[in-house]
Design a protein around this ligand. Structure first.
Ligand SMILES: Cc1cc2nc3c(=O)[nH]c(=O)nc-3n(C[C@H](O)[C@H](O)[C@H](O)COP(=O)(O)OP(=O)(O)OC[C@H]3O[C@@H](n4cnc5c(N)ncnc54)[C@H](O)[C@@H]3O)c2cc1C
Length: 327
């Protein structure tokens, strides 16, 4: 297994680094480096800058307007943007729903939805979880009833990240109660400006507003917004989650946050404490181990082996190091 980068890959890394240095607004990277709150304008502003360059959908194939990068190039892009202090790309549009639309949407849906995602103009939210349907996602109850050329949607989603900014939402809805719970779920795209949609903030312990409850009261959704076939949504949802898992290791953010932790510790004088430095060393070892795991996944992907079997492992390892380095 070869874990080093080729000269072409190094050159690609330098190109990305130079472009990011030139184009990432300093006020945004200052906020990221200092863990200050990012506004909608910061997040969407950066998304639009990437969109103009054709890099917001950085994992997309050329056929749908993406750069068609290899797994290694995608990794290097993620690394350079994270180290430079770019905000994480809000994943719901470009990383989550877009691959589903590419794989299972029809040509009309691809033409209608993908350009707004690629440019960063349209903000998407994820409507999976419900009160009582979190880990047990197949038990979703939000109901979509077909009436002529529309679905009438009633129910509630929860933990909707940044849903207060959402233009559109992709939803798992119940269209049948027959058979196994998984077989009665459909994947529906819903305009959040539709009458009957209410977004309510969930205030977090730190007072922040990142997640929401979203209520649907007789919301009319054109049947043309159904992805693929009715009652096949579980298959599409699993496709989406596989993309979420490979993207989530976030080793570069952990590296950046660890550097910030060291800076703060030095300025506060605690870095001299041997026990504190031991803890830092443990975190560093975890992050290097995570990075090695990511490189192994990339190496497997490059040599054509299926890497998704280790993706779940990456997710749990990443959760450990990012919770340890989060403020
Ligand atoms: C910050 C944040 C943002 C989120 N954003 C979104 C979003 O944008 N859109 C969205 O749809 N969802 C979102 N989620 C929801 C997230 O995906 C859910 O939290 C997740 O599905 C878990 O559901 P739950 O919180 O209801 O936990 P539960 O399902 O109630 O689980 C609670 C605990 O019980 C354990 N548990 C559950 N079932 C079992 C079992 N059978 N055996 C053993 N242990 C079990 C779980 O592992 C967990 O530790 C977000 C969550 C968070 C924290």
């Amino acid at each position: 297994m070869d874990l080093s980068f080729t000269p072409e890959e190094q050159k690609f890394r330098e190109e990305v680094r130079a472009w990011v240095k030139e184009n990432l607004p300093q006020e945004i990277s200052h906020k990221v480096h200092n863990a200050l709150e990012l506004t909608r304008d910061d997040l969407q502003g950066w998304a639009k800058i990437l969109g103009k360059k054709g890099w917001l959908g950085y994992g997309w194939p050329k056929e749908f307007g993406g750069p068609g990068w290899t797994a290694v190039q995608r990794h290097l892009f993620e690394e350079e943007t994270a180290l430079a202090g770019a905000p994480r790309i809000v994943p719901f549009g470009p990383v989550m729903v877009a691959p589903v639309i590419m794989a299972f949407g029809n040509a009309e849906q691809q033409k209608r939805f993908l350009p707004g995602i690629a440019s960063g103009e349209v903000w998407w939210s994820q409507g999976y979880s419900e009160p009582g349907s979190g880990s047990d996602l197949a038990s979703v109850k939000t109901k979509a009833e077909r009436k002529g050329d529309k679905y009438i949607v009633n129910g509630q989603k929860t933990w909707t990240t940044l849903g207060q900014y959402g233009d559109w939402m992709f939803n798992l809805v119940r269209t049948s109660n027959e058979g196994k719970p998984q077989t009665g779920i459909s994947f529906l795209l819903l305009d959040m400006k539709s009458p009957g949609v209410t977004v309510r903030p969930i205030k977090l312990l730190d007072g922040g507003h990142e997640v929401n409850e979203v209520f649907f009261d007789n919301v009319e959704v054109p049947a043309e917004n159904l992805i693929g076939e009715e009652n096949k949504g579980w298959t599409y949802a699993k496709h989406l989650l596989s993309h979420e898992r490979t993207n989530i290791a976030d080793v570069n953010r952990a590296k950046r946050e660890l550097e910030r932790l060291k800076r703060i510790a030095k300025s506060e004088g605690v870095y001299e404490d041997q026990r504190f430095r031991d803890e830092i060393a443990k975190l560093e070892v975890d992050i290097v181990a995570l990075e090695m795991m990511v490189l192994r996944v990339l190496s497997a992907a490059t040599s054509g082996k299926n890497s998704l079997d280790v993706a779940g492992l990456l997710r749990s390892a990443a959760a450990r190091s990012s919770s340890a380095t989060a403020n």
